[in-house]
Design a protein around this ligand. Structure first.
Ligand code: NAP
Length: 487
């Protein structure tokens, strides 16, 4: 383990010992300050990210706004206090046959966490992205492993975080930027005894490597890896009419959005064989052929896309429907087609082709379609396109989708992940390593906390959230009733 990593983990742990007790208001101020300091970086940040990621200005400006909004949202969420799940069960000294003790419980930070910056979101899931923001909100210190594809961008954001810590007179070790760019650095971080949790967005191989490192530790720790999925879209329309055409136009846009480099990219379209499928395939073919060729994030992703798309197209029974370039170019959009039989018998076709690629699977009847869906692995999302009022068929699919997916969408595309309380950006393995949690939305904070019970305490020694007077003014479950009143 490099001396630098060791020192960073030790410093992070020391800083955590006091940051875990920082008031909710201080954590909120920190998150808001980071947002302001990121905005203060101005055009330099956008220009640097453009140079490093090939992403266009409008996308990056939007992503920066989303990132700053996320930071402020988590700030408000901390002081709102629901996440703390503060429960108070007061004593019943005269209970027979035995007295009941005063027991109170509240969520607290698990400790320092390592966050791996994601290549496809240089702001929103990187240095000051959702994992970092939710971890700081929870009272965890953060060791940020910068993604090598946008190191300069990451350094600029780290500078903004450092400034925010300085503005508030907080320890610089609450957030430590790790710039070493090889796997041994990531491994050393995950395996350091002072690290208590890991957040990751990226490839299945990378995400599972981190799980393995964590399991090799003397004390295993949770690894929250979001590893993407193929996000099936089930088209149940009985006619190729105007309503369906509008949805297919959205679908074509979702396949090519951001050169397909989203974990919610719709990579699979399931529908019945026949005239409706022919209409959809022809429309997608036209839209995809004209969609142009975008520049992908980095050479590694370009190479992987070309290899994966070629592998998919070379499988038995796979037919090319459309491509946006006559010659193989990274970033060209591709739509293919196969039968349900081929799909079911070939696991290679179930794998994510990270980029603007989607495959239509032609099914024989509804039973066959359901069977194909049921053979899918865990997914971040699953979508249904259906006419209004067809409740019975919707219900059948929703029932199986709620087992496989984190988010189910009716008559909408899976791209575009809203940051809100009700969002689930997660799902059963292999879309993530822990389908009980989300990495987007306020509940992402729950990955970084654990409940602690305080039994028989004098009021003065309790954490603020559990004190009789409720100085934090948070909602609490007192003897089974929700209230913000003091005791
Ligand atoms: P990646 O290869 O998974 O790498 C992401 C981060 O994890 C990097 O910082 C990398 O470390 C680290 N890492 C990966 N494997 C590791 C290992 N064995 N030990 C230690 N650290 C490891 O992802 P990427 O570079 O962003 O893109 C590659 C592929 O990932 C894409 O083609 C795509 O298929 C997939 N991807 C998926 C999503 C998604 O939405 N889930 C997002 C982005 C990419 P270093 O910094 O040391 O290289």
């Amino acid at each position: 383990m490099s001396e630098l990593i060791k020192q960073a983990c030790d410093k992070s742990y020391e800083a955590w010992k006091s940051f875990k007790n920082a008031s909710y208001a201080t954590r909120k101020s920190l998150l808001e300050n980071i947002a302001t300091e990121i905005e203060n970086l101005g055009d330099e940040l956008i220009q640097t990210a453009m140079e490093e990621t090939n992403l266009p200005e409008a996308r990056l400006s939007g992503e920066r706004a989303r990132t700053c909004n996320q930071l402020r949202v988590y700030g408000k969420h901390v002081t709102d206090g629901y996440w703390a799940a503060a429960y108070i069960d007061t004593a019943i000294p005269d209970r027979k046959p035995l007295p009941k003790a005063d027991i109170r419980k509240i969520n607290q930070s698990i400790g320092p966490v390592v966050v791996f910056g994601a290549s496809n979101f240089p702001f929103a899931y990187s240095t000051a992205g959702g994992d970092t923001a939710s971890a700081l909100a929870a009272g965890s210190t953060v060791l940020l492993k910068a993604h090598p594809a946008h190191l300069k961008t990451s350094k600029l954001v780290a500078k903004a975080i450092s400034k925010a810590l300085e503005n508030l007179n907080l320890s610089q070790d609450i957030f430590i930027h790790i710039e070493e760019t090889d796997f041994s650095a990531g491994k050393a971080l995950v395996q350091h005894p002072n690290v208590k949790g890991v957040g990751f967005t990226g490839s299945h191989t990378g995400g599972m490597a981190l799980v393995k490192y964590a399991q090799e530790r003397e004390e295993p720790i949770p690894v929250f890896s979001e590893m993407g999925s193929i996000n099936p879209v089930v088209i149940l329309h009985e006619n190729y009419d105007d309503a369906l055409q509008m949805k297919v136009a959205q679908l074509a846009g979702a396949i090519t959005l951001g050169v397909g480099q989203f974990c919610t990219n719709p990579g699979l379209i399931l529908m019945l064989d026949g005239p409706v499928l022919e209409g959809v395939a022809a429309q997608l073919s036209e839209a995809i052929s004209k969609s142009g060729v975008g520049k992908m994030l980095h050479p590694g992703i370009e190479k992987a896309y070309l290899e994966n798309y070629k592998t998919a197209l070379s499988q038995k029974g796979v037919e090319l429907i459309a491509r946006s370039s006559d010659v193989d170019l990274p970033g060209m959009a591709v739509v293919a087609k196969t039968s349900s039989e081929n799909f079911l018998s070939n696991p290679k076709l179930h794998q994510e082709v990270f980029g603007p690629y989607s495959i239509i699977v032609a099914c024989k009847d509804l039973e066959d379609l359901l069977n194909v869906y049921e053979h899918m692995e865990g997914q971040l999302t699953s979508s249904i396109f259906v006419e209004p009022g067809r409740f019975e068929v919707q219900q059948v699919f929703v029932d199986v989708m709620s087992v496989k997916a984190g988010r189910i969408i009716v008559n909408g595309v899976p791209t575009g992940v809203e940051v809100c309380h009700s969002m689930v950006h997660g799902g059963p393995y292999p879309s993530t390593t822990d389908g009980r949690f989300t990495s987007v939305g306020q509940d992402a904070i729950l990955r970084w906390v654990r409940p602690v019970s305080y039994q028989n305490f004098e009021n003065e020694v309790l954490p603020d959230g559990l004190k009789n007077a409720n100085p934090l003014n948070i909602p609490r479950l007192v003897n089974g009733v929700w209230t913000s009143e003091g005791l």
